[in-house]
Write a protein that binds this ligand. Sequence first.
Ligand SMILES: [Zn+2]
Ligand SMILES: [Zn+2]
Length: 188
Amino acid sequence: MTDPDPLSEGTPAERAKRLLDAARTRGDVRRLAPRLDADPALRRAVWEEGNRRGAQLGEAAMQWPARRLLRVARAREQAARVRSNPVHRDESFVCGHCQGQVPAHGRTARNHCPWCLRSLHVDQVPGDRSSDCGALMDPIGVEIVGGKATLRHRCRDCGAEVRVRALQDGQVPDDWEMVIRLSIGEDV
Ligand SMILES: [Zn+2]
Ligand SMILES: [Zn+2]
């Protein structure tokens, strides 16, 4: 006999608490989100429990895709953890858009592809690797912040926007023609 499923027992409120406690990683959120689609009472209870934990979900959030609702319902706890334990990593990676082999930067966290300027939605604040989303982010503009060129990225999946420094140094500096084209509103 197998163990009873902990998420199928108890009231919706009890199950929502256990579900939010269990949704720790990006993989957990993917695995657990279908529970919300299969069970409207559980979805409502996750919405209520998320608000109790400080997520500030509006009524519209009840119509969100389950993954997004689950991510945001636990976001506040996670944000507190990020602030107390920031991690900044400079890693090599294969670009999910142009498939370029991107080397680590060397001086600072390499967070976007130097050739196509795409990145992955893995950070809530640059370099912390704490977002559950993981979708590709497209460069949508260039701004000058503190005298430095800064790329604005928008996530293809969840629409989140972040700003990251354009990099003119390191093993492979950003393709500056791309940065300039982006700055005058061309699609890149
Ligand atoms: Zn690329
Ligand atoms: Zn995203």
